[in-house]
Design a binder for this molecule. Structure first.
Ligand SMILES: NC(=O)c1ccc[n+]([C@@H]2O[C@H](COP(=O)([O-])OP(=O)(O)OC[C@H]3O[C@@H](n4cnc5c(N)ncnc54)[C@H](O)[C@@H]3O)[C@@H](O)[C@H]2O)c1
Length: 285
């Protein structure tokens, strides 16, 4: 979507970190920005900041893990700005731990926010983007953890791989429509994600501070400025760039993964079980 001026964007998790970076970049480019976040106070603060610069912004409290809440936020966006062109499914939480031993409550929480949150965003907003025929763009925030398996982060990895897969399919499904698609796969960015537990609802065990041993917040503080990611996402949206990486220096991780996958095919081509077996070479779709 080259021409963004006057277009409307809804950004989940827009009160902090990369979502706030996107809100700043999109608004500075002349877009009308609706910030959706579970934290009402910081969302309003972000709106005040943008309005103070003469930019157009509003906010709505939303819990992306709840379909009705996302639908209500979509209705509020249309009520406020008339239509919506861009959805950024960005809200997410970080949960560390091994798939086999992570508490089920944390497993469910990370899936409900990071995976179902994206599904609900697509379900609520894509029909609204399609309804006006002016086109638009869908961005979902995955992670490098959606590109390569990171040790000790099985549940988080599972959600981020799912988002990458969903967005690859979404892009293919909408190739001929006037709706672009991007998946943001950041490396380390200096945000508040290390303190995600501040927003863990009661049903998943309630709010929790990082343990004393947890060095995530310190490591993240060394990361990229999230405002740069905001500018990057805007540039990618205007260039219709699908994969958005924040750290080109991590390319070798993808190359290593791709080589391991290709090696898997080479192994299959020479294994006993498939010897002489005739196959169609086709896949559905
Ligand atoms: N920071 C990093 O290094 C990094 C790297 C890769 C991917 N990511 C991803 O980037 C995205 C943005 O995170 P961030 O790093 O900017 O962190 P952040 O904590 O600074 O921002 C996340 C925002 O999401 C909001 N949020 C949390 N749960 C929510 C819910 N249920 N409904 C609505 N809003 C909710 C939070 O209140 C917060 O404002 C996440 O999807 C995260 O997984 C972050």
């Amino acid at each position: 979507m080259k021409d963004v001026k006057g277009k409307v964007a809804f950004i989940t998790g827009g009160a902090s970190g990369m979502g706030l970076g996107m809100a700043r970049a999109f608004a500075a480019a002349g877009m009308k920005v609706m910030i959706g976040d579970i934290e009402a106070g910081p969302a309003q603060k972000a709106v005040d900041e943008l309005k103070g610069k003469g930019l157009e912004a509003a906010c709505v409290q939303v819990d992306v893990s709840n379909m009705e809440s996302v639908q209500a936020a979509a209705a509020k966006t249309v009520e406020t700005f008339g239509k919506v062109h861009v959805i950024s499914n960005n809200a997410g939480v970080a949960v560390g731990g091994y798939s086999e031993s992570c508490s089920m409550r944390n497993w469910k929480w990370v899936v409900d926010v990071n995976l179902w949150g994206v599904v609900y965003g697509l379900q609520a907003f894509v029909p609204l983007i399609q309804s006006h025929g002016e086109g638009g763009h869908v961005i979902s925030t995955a992670s490098m953890a959606g590109m390569v398996g990171l040790r000790g982060a099985g549940p988080y990895n599972a959600t981020k791989f799912a988002v990458v897969g969903m967005m690859e399919t979404f892009a293919a499904d909408h190739r001929k429509d006037n709706i672009g698609a991007s998946v943001l796969c950041p490396g380390i960015v200096a945000t508040n994600i290390g303190h995600s537990g501040r927003n863990r609802p009661e049903e998943y065990g309630g709010a929790v501070a990082p343990s004393e041993k947890d060095r995530t917040a310190e490591m993240l503080a060394q990361g990229l400025n999230p405002d740069i990611v905001g500018d990057l996402v805007l540039e990618a949206m205007q260039a219709d760039q699908f994969y958005i990486f924040t750290d080109p220096g991590l390319k070798h991780l993808i190359e290593t993964r791709c080589k391991r996958i290709v090696d898997g095919y080479d192994w299959a081509a020479n294994c006993n079980a498939l010897k002489g077996v005739k196959q169609s070479g086709m896949l559905p779709g």
